[in-house]
Design a protein around this ligand. Structure first.
Ligand code: GLA
Length: 373
């Protein structure tokens, strides 16, 4: 996480006043359970020690919303009355304003505010920067206005803002993963009942490799997979694919739809298995590899760069690795082996394959959504 004093310093430098509240919102890695959330399945995400810090203060005390982000050049400056009547947002501010807009839609009384955003989470890296920002904004603005929301409500509103105003028709995974994260614990989520519990993680950190191929979730492939899954569920006559059996899925005539559905059922089973392994102090590394192969061959959301990260990490001695998040780029997690050796091998494979360089970092698994000021 960005140092709180740096985040507060950035706020002061922009608004020349003291802030009242700061929220840290972590990125997440999804340890296992990919593309299962909108299919009524299972997932096991973990929040990390990188994320977004949102700092807010009274500002001009009127009805103005002013916001600035360390990663963006433009400053947002809008009157609350104008925000009430705006329904379409573009650019980076749609996450920020979307988070405020859902609160206005609910009729909550909101006053003007100054907001600064600092981050050490790469946008589009598959580590859920957008959900982290939305959760931080919703949480910060409610605290700033003395609105008392339960964590479930914060999660629900952040998810709604992403679909309605940020233009990303995503599932609940990221908002749940961040909203309910507990340090050093994984969140086991069952999307068929929208319930969750947490379990201990038998290790402290993970190697994350960002392919540096970044696609916005609103750019096609993700939505196409969702529609395919909806068609498969319709054929199966189920609300969600996860409610069907393997035998039923095998009767789907369309080969591609059958593969998508098989991925979902097998991935759900892997989530259960990894949770079991965690309870025995094991990493479930083999399941990570199976998950990646299924995302590559059945769900078809990996890309040459993430495939290469996984293959060369294993070659370099890792026990398991897989892409995380929506796919078509983004990051991979790597379990076991010597991180510096893995980095060396992956870097050299990327160079000889003619790909741009990936980025590496060790993530501590102790993130949670919290007030820090
Ligand atoms: C993205 C979406 C999530 C989920 C994953 C795939 O991260 O935001 O809702 O569907 O992809 O598991």
């Amino acid at each position: 996480m960005i140092d709180l004093s740096d985040a507060v310093g950035f706020f002061r430098a922009n608004f020349d006043t003291d802030p009242s509240t700061a929220i840290e919102s972590p990125g997440r890695i999804n340890y296992i359970g990919e593309h299962t959330d909108y299919n009524g399945g299972l997932a096991l995400p973990i929040a990390i020690d990188r994320g977004i810090t949102v700092v807010v203060g009274d500002g001009l005390r009127g009805t103005k919303i002013r916001a600035t982000s360390a990663g963006q050049r433009s400053i947002v400056d809008i009157d609350l009355d104008d925000l009430v009547s705006t329904t379409v947002f573009d650019g980076w501010s749609r996450y920020l304003l979307g988070g405020i807009k859902v609160l206005l839609d609910e009729g909550y009384p909101i006053r003007g505010v100054d907001i600064s955003i600092s981050s050490d989470l790469q946008l589009g890296s598959g580590l859920s920067s957008s959900a982290a920002l939305l959760l931080a904004v919703v949480y910060a603005i409610t605290l700033h206005n003395d609105i008392n929301l339960s964590r479930d409500e914060v999660v629900e509103l952040a998810h709604r803002a992403e679909g309605q105003y940020a233009g990303a028709n995503v599932g609940y995974l990221d908002h749940y993963a961040i909203g309910f994260a507990m340090p050093r614990r994984a969140t086991f989520i069952d999307f068929s009942t929208m319930s969750h519990s947490s379990c201990e993680i038998p290790f402290d950190e993970l190697l994350v490799v960002d392919s540096n191929v970044h696609h916005s979730i609103s750019s096609g492939g993700y939505g196409e997979r969702r529609r395919e899954c909806e068609r498969a569920a319709e054929i199966l006559n189920r609300r969600f694919i996860s409610g069907a059996s393997v035998e039923e899925v095998q009767t789907i005539a369309d080969v591609e739809l059958r593969l998508r559905a098989m991925h979902v059922l097998e991935e759900n089973a892997r989530v259960e298995e990894v949770r079991n392994e965690f309870s025995q102090g094991k990493t479930g590394a083999r399941m990570l590899l199976d998950s990646h192969k299924s995302l590559r061959d059945q769900f078809r959301v990996s890309c040459p760069e993430t495939d290469l990260i996984v293959e060369s990490s294993i070659e370099a001695g890792a026990e398991g690795a897989r892409m995380v998040g929506g796919g078509f780029g983004g990051s991979c997690i790597v379990v076991g082996g010597d991180p510096s050796n893995i980095e060396r091998v992956v870097r050299s494979k990327f160079a000889s394959g003619g790909f741009g360089p990936p980025s590496f970092f060790i993530a501590a698994l102790d993130g949670s959504l919290k007030r820090v000021l």
